[in-house]
Write a protein that binds this ligand. Structure first.
Ligand code: NAD
Ligand code: TYD
Length: 348
């Protein structure tokens, strides 16, 4: 099978590319525009694999997409490419709409045009066999929860940040291509991921990096916001499961039943690194900050047989170890533009 992965040089995409090359004999074609979040070092160990092809380019580039579909005879698209950080979406929403919405639509058009059969009648579109478009979405499209309850696939969309609104909009356009043209699709909505290769703008790697450097750990507001954490390798296994067994047109929530308050995570990291809690600094809360996310993962577990393998205790231990053993990777990405981003974001 020839699988087009977009955004494969980012955190989840690069873990997924490696998971697929290791466990299957598919060809993986990775299109990534290499924004600040895309890093070819994430893929160093597979760059010479003869089933792996990298193309630097944007999912908004329709001509590039058409050429890639033809050249590699693409059968599956897994769309990870996105602007993914809530704080950046608050400072500069426009790029989120361009990449996440317009880019997804360009990708859908490329898939539709390449996959529909030649003899197509405008009122009865037929597709090549075994093609599928998988949209990698997020639980953030559902908005925020109170102290109880869970997001199910039936929960209404109520995104609160420009990031989550752009992801909800891309989910809607993917759904519309399925309903209107019959394009075979799945949408996955996962909770917060953690693990190796995550850019240190997100909570866990940022706190590990700061703690190691004895810099203050900026906790937004009271730190009692809740996220439902899943190890990235469990997310990759879930996507691979949806690729193989997902029913056409279905949405699957993915989560690890692992709710934690931000402050608990920050304290745990300090404790594991043997650093003082005096490094914690409560800072101004994020605008529109969602209070709680929690996934009901009954559907993917009961219908597709997926379940998470990592406990949080094991996953966070291994993740901290990975960052300790890969200080050079962290140094590389935190030495350039990251300094300006950090100073601007945290008013240093
Ligand atoms: P990331 O920011 O680490 O990586 C995004 C990748 O997309 C980067 O490699 C970047 O260069 C690439 N990219 C950006 N714009 C592009 C464009 N126009 N064309 C081609 N490539 C482009 O993000 P991530 O954390 O790996 O998230 C991947 C996907 O998973 C996103 O769609 C995100 O919404 C979703 N998701 C993330 C989480 C999480 O906790 N990180 C949870 C659920 C869902
Ligand atoms: P983040 O990793 O940005 O993921 P998301 O906003 O998509 O859930 O943030 C996770 C939680 O951690 C969120 O409630 C915001 C909080 N947070 C901080 O308290 N301080 C920080 O410096 C960052 C980056 C996040």
């Amino acid at each position: 099978m020839n699988i087009l992965v977009t955004g494969g040089a980012g955190f989840i995409g690069s873990n997924f590319v490696k998971h697929m090359l290791k466990n299957f004999d598919h060809n993986i074609i990775n299109i990534d525009s290499l924004t600040y979040a895309g890093n070819l070092k994430n893929l160093q160990d597979v760059q010479n694999n003869d089933r792996y092809f990298f193309i630097k380019g944007s999912i908004e580039d329709r001509i590039l997409l058409e050429n890639v579909f033809q050249k590699y005879d693409i059968q599956v698209v897994i769309n990870f490419a996105a602007e993914s950080h809530v704080d950046r979406s608050i400072s500069d929403p426009e790029i989120f709409l361009n990449t996440n919405v317009i880019g997804t639509q360009a990708l859908l058009d490329a898939a539709l045009n390449y996959w529909k059969s030649e003899s197509e009648n405008k009122y009865d579109i037929k597709f090549k066999d075994e093609v599928k478009f998988i949209q990698i979405s997020t639980d953030e499209v559902y908005g925020t929860l109170g102290e109880t309850g869970y997001f199910t696939e039936e929960t209404g969309l109520a995104p609160n940040s420009p990031y989550s609104a752009s992801k909800a909009a891309s989910d809607m356009i993917v759904r519309a291509y399925h309903e209107t043209y019959g394009l075979p699709i799945n949408i996955t909505r996962c909770s917060n991921n953690y693990g190796p290769l995550q850019f240190p703008e997100k909570l866990i790697p940022l706190m590990i990096n700061n703690a190691l450097k004895e810099k203050s750990l900026p906790v937004y507001g009271d730190g009692c916001q809740v996220r439902d954490w899943l190890h990235v390798k469990d997310h990759c296994r879930a996507i691979d499961c949806v690729l193989r067994y997902g029913k056409n047109g279905e949405i699957y929530n993915i989560g690890g039943n692992n709710e934690k308050k931000n402050i608990e995570i920050v304290r745990l990291i300090l404790n594991k690194l043997d650093k003082s809690e005096s490094l914690i600094k409560h800072v101004q809360d994020r605008l529109g900050h969602d209070r709680r996310y929690a996934i009901d993962n009954t559907k993917i577990m009961s219908e597709l047989g997926w379940s998470p393998e990592y406990s949080f205790e094991e996953g966070i231990q291994k993740t901290i170890k990975w960052y300790l053993e890969n200080e050079e990777w962290m140094e590389d990405i935190t030495s350039g533009d990251y300094i300006n981003y950090y100073d601007h974001m945290y008013n240093c």
